[in-house]
Design a protein around this ligand. Structure first.
Ligand code: SF4
Length: 966
């Protein structure tokens, strides 16, 4: 399909819709949303009360935008605020949002369940008994802030900066807290990313210097997905709607997923691959393109760093492109369809058909891998690397219908203050054994603390439930209950969770409609910025009232994090001696604390191109505009940023390396094949890449060491892994060769489309839809066990077992079992936690032997919400993650989630939900995986801990990168 045909089809579809009388919402969503309230009527929107039917009773609403917080997509929501009572009555989509375009998944409207949750935490709480004993007393925010701030101040004054750690689950915002940690001068940012997406990120970053993909599904001819994108994948709703649009126009959908996911049910080709074989399948497609000359030669010659490859791998060859092509074909010729078939279990003829389909995509190949195979397998980072190889072969990079590096499809505004760079390096999050890890080794924390005598004086868990979400949860309990290891655990959370039970302070934070944040994500080829806000604050301000603190409008004393962090920082450094205060001080009123209005007002006024003018056209200030509409489209149709010429003004006094990489300053370029670029901002080195010479021009290129697409990663080679420097296939830790005959692969990473990690246990609409996680078991595997759907089975891992119900199905590959994420929530006492989806459980320990046994299921209960007495389900699922040991990938640092397990019939005495684990064994597995790593002490080419150009959420100063003594 050429471009002309595609656009003809698009306009034909539009004309047909118009002929049917459909109309298109005129705002940035630009889609058929005829029934959406036009923005001109958002102040006073009238609807008939459905509950009053057949009477015609009018309800009057003020519609106030905010942003959903229930996954990373950050879709727009409109809060329907009752004009009489000033209560939020419901949430629907915001048609002014360019990413979600007025649409939401079930979790968006269910925000109202979270806001009205009768069991939510409304006041700051301090533990009143032993840690974990479940006794709490209400305290004031002042007491909480003073307790935390004095402790942090003391740690900093005593040089114990490493003892302050902020551990985030769902960030839900772009950079506010990262900058705050940097402003505190601590290397204390710890994210959940290495149990989530680091595997995929590593593959993308090594290719193009940017760690996330942005596929333009809407314009694609062929979509190739390695994940469950139509239900639970990354940017779920924004991507799902665009995938379906493309399908409606006739685009082909190829899905690699071992389970018959919702996405797979929509696929033209569903490839139920053996877990871990995905890269082999992708390389067989690449090989087909190569051996049949179906790739874009000119693109490869222009944009791949093939010179580097030849010099490093074939130094004797003349560095011509023709020689490179020969070597390239030779590199991949063994990846035949037959080889991939043997690895994946997909027949060679089907693989050929898939490859032929991919070859027809041209530059309209939209591919995406996130979590899934990249998060399941040792070497999973090669899944995204081999997937991107297909785009790089076809030249489908930043093309309509192709794949963009995400940084070009998101917009990050400059904040009011840029933070400093911490002078410290925290070994508990960035251990020296993992110099190439994409993110913090967060899931190893209990082991690192145990093994390296680490200590956390103040540990914040923030919208995160580490002991439940991470593998090896009992080791987390051991750490969190040990006051010599964790001095003060502060849980910042809107709802009760299993980790909060083991906190010292539980501080209530707002949901989507109760807090400020900004975000911008790569939902399509455009750039937008969204604004989350406390909707009642915005509503009251529209009515002329002044609100100075979000607690004035939130339920109970629920706060927002922005104001909390600003206040806490102000108290940590009352006299400015720690250098923190300048980052949280008002510019308008020096000597006073920065307010959220000033913080966001500055950004919208000074850092978002075109927004002040757009606002002025409606006689609004930029902040007022964002409070009114919730989102702003900064640009659309970004195109090939890497082909843009570098302005001449930036090219004075540059140095150029032998591959054409141009650097600022006339300093000598770095030596070849050694990581050359990216000193932290503000560092005295100052040498920065500005572009790359291509032909006779200096183009922007990619933010990689070479400026080109890095088929050959000099970084990976120089840091001890030359065998993995090009896209290749690494056999997984669950490869059949590594498993015993009676073992099966357990896939534990898939989500349920209507649950929100561990924040939806009291979202009643969602719970009613999904409240269990049976083990998917193929009929062929169930028969020899004599197991039928509903029977109890025991799933044995390396460190213990869990007992779960079987679901016998043909929707999964034989030899593989699967159990979904989200389920198995528990509480230790009646009356605590989130009773709508938490079973009551008993926790027992004998030395390193731990067990968790469910004693009561979910049941109806009386509360301020009459629906809680109508709860009909009893099941809450099984907490499988506790039985998994840690599996850190030696390169990406990603936890490799897949487990080699034995599935047997439940034994006498086994009960549903039983969990048993030996934490001594789990520490042993940790040590075994540590032996796979190549420490920076042994491989660093330049005496640093980590390649400086690699992304890091908070980058310390350059001197902190120096390798410590062994
Ligand atoms: S996809 Fe669903 S959960 Fe995620 S932001 Fe959008 S509406 Fe919310």
């Amino acid at each position: 399909m050429n471009v002309k045909n595609l656009s003809q089809r698009l306009s034909a579809a539009r004309e047909a819709a118009e002929a049917r009388g459909d109309s298109f919402y005129p705002g940035p969503s630009r889609i058929h949303l005829a029934s959406f309230p036009p923005k001109e009527r958002w102040d006073d929107w009238v609807e008939l009360d459905s509950k009053a039917w057949p009477k015609r009773v009018e309800k009057r609403y003020m519609l106030v935008p905010t942003t959903c917080f229930n996954c990373e997509s950050a879709c727009g929501l409109l809060a329907y605020v009752d004009r009489d009572s000033l209560e939020v009555k419901k949430f629907e989509g915001n048609p002014e949002h360019p990413g979600s375009r007025g649409r939401n998944c079930a979790k968006g409207p269910a925000t109202i369940n979270q806001v009205t949750d009768p069991d939510r935490i409304l006041y700051p709480l301090k533990r009143a008994g032993r840690r974990g004993e479940g006794k709490w007393e209400r305290i004031s925010w002042d007491e909480a802030l003073d307790t935390v701030s004095s402790r942090i101040r003391e740690a900093m004054q005593e040089g114990r900066h490493d003892e302050v750690m902020y551990h985030v689950g769902r960030p839900g915002e772009d950079g506010f807290t990262e900058r705050l940690m940097a402003a505190w001068g601590v290397d204390g940012h710890n994210s959940h990313t290495n149990i989530c997406s680091s595997g995929a990120r590593a593959g993308y970053q090594l290719w193009c210097g940017i760690d996330r993909p942005s596929p333009d599904h809407a314009g694609a001819e062929v979509m190739l997905l390695v994940s469950a994108h139509l239900e639970t994948g990354h940017y779920f709703n924004p991507h799902a709607q665009r995938i379906i649009e493309a399908k409606h126009r006739g685009a082909k959908l190829i899905v690699l997923d071992t389970r018959l996911s919702n996405t797979a049910t929509h696929a033209d080709f569903w490839l139920a691959t053996q877990p871990g074989s995905e890269a082999a399948v992708l390389l067989s497609i690449a090989n087909y393109l190569l051996q049949n000359d179906l790739y874009d030669r000119a693109y490869v010659e222009r944009w791949w760093n093939w010179h580097e490859y030849l010099e490093a791998v074939h130094p004797g060859l003349e560095p011509t492109f023709e020689n490179f092509e020969s070597m390239l074909k030779a590199e991949y010729e063994s990846y035949t369809f037959e080889f991939a078939a043997a690895e994946s279990g997909i027949d060679a003829a089907t693989l050929r058909q898939v490859a032929e389909t991919v070859s027809t995509a041209g530059t309209r190949l939209a591919t995406h891998n996130w979590r899934s195979a990249a998060a399941g397998n040792e070497g999973g980072w090669q899944v995204s690397r081999t997937l991107f190889l297909l785009n790089a072969l076809l030249g489908a990079v930043a093309t309509p219908g192709g794949l963009y590096p995400n940084a070009w499809n998101k917009f990050v505004p400059r904040p009011i203050y840029l933070p400093r760079h911490p002078e410290y390096w925290n070994e508990l999050t960035w251990p020296v054994e993992f110099p190439l890890a994409m993110n913090e080794l967060s899931f190893l924390l209990p082991h690192l603390v145990k093994e390296r005598q680490g200590r956390l004086d103040v540990y914040f868990s923030r919208v995160y439930n580490p002991l439940w979400t991470n593998p090896d949860g009992f080791s987390w309990i051991e750490m969190l209950t040990d006051e010599t290891k964790v001095g003060l655990h502060v849980a910042l959370t809107p709802t009760w969770n299993e980790s909060a039970y083991f906190a010292d302070l539980v501080l209530p934070m707002g949901h989507s409609s109760e807090r400020h944040d900004i975000h911008s994500y790569e939902t399509h080829d455009g750039q937008w910025i969204g604004f989350r806000q406390p909707v009642l604050r915005a509503a009251k301000e529209r009515l002329g009232e002044e609100v100075t603190d979000t607690r004035q409008v939130n339920p109970g004393e629920v706060w927002e994090e922005n104001e909390f962090w600003l206040d806490l920082s102000w108290r940590i450094d009352p006299d400015g001696s720690l250098g923190i205060r300048p980052f949280v001080e008002s510019k308008k009123n020096p000597g006073t604390r920065l307010t959220v209005d000033e913080y966001y007002g500055f950004i919208f006024e000074n850092s978002v191109p075109g927004l002040p003018e757009k606002a002025a056209a409606e006689d609004l200030e930029p902040l007022e505009y964002m409070r009114r509409y919730g989102a702003y489209e900064v640009a659309s149709g970004i195109g090939k940023v890497y082909e843009q010429e570098v302005p001449a003004a930036e090219l004075e006094d540059v140095a150029v390396d032998p591959y054409g990489r141009a650097y600022t300053r006339a300093a000598a370029p770095p030596p070849l094949n050694v990581v050359p670029t990216g000193a932290p901002e503000g560092d005295s080195d100052g040498r920065r890449p500005v572009g790359v010479i291509v032909g006779d021009k200096v183009l922007k290129g990619f933010p990689t060491p070479s400026g080109k697409l890095e088929f050959y990663s000099s970084t990976v080679a120089a840091w001890g892994w030359p065998e993995y420097a090009i896209p290749t296939y690494i056999k997984s830790h669950v490869h059949p060769e590594r498993m015993a005959a009676d073992q099966k692969v357990l896939i534990s990473t898939f989500r349920l489309p209507v649950q929100i990690h561990t924040r939806s246990a009291n979202a009643k609409w969602l719970d009613e839809i999904a409240h269990t996680n049976p083990l998917w078991l193929h009929t062929q595997d169930a028969a020899p066990l004599g197991v039928e759907t509903g029977d109890l089975v025991r799933v044995e891992t390396e460190i213990g077992y869990f007992v779960v119900k079987a679901w016998v199905t043909e929707g999964i590959k034989p030899g593989v079992v699967a159990c979904s994420h989200h389920m198995g929530r528990w509480k230790l006492r009646e009356g605590e936690g989130q009773p709508q989806l938490m079973a009551t459980a008993r926790l027992d320990r004998q030395g390193a032997d731990w067990s968790l046994k469910q004693t009561k299921g979910v049941k109806p209960y009386a509360s301020s919400d009459p629906d809680t007495s109508r709860i009909w389900w009893t099941d809450a699922g099984v907490h499988q993650n506790m039985t998994f040991p840690v599996h850190p990938d030696p390169i990406s640092g990603m936890h490799c989630w897949h487990q080699a397990v034995r599935v047997i019939r439940a034994e006498a005495g086994d009960r549903y939900g039983d969990i048993s684990v030996d934490t001594a064994k789990s520490h042993q597995v940790y040590k075994e995986w540590l032996t796979k790593t190549r420490s920076a002490h042994d491989v660093s080419p330049d005496g640093t801990r980590r390649p400086m150009w690699l992304i890091r959420p908070v980058k310390p100063v350059k001197k902190a990168y120096a390798l410590p003594e062994k």
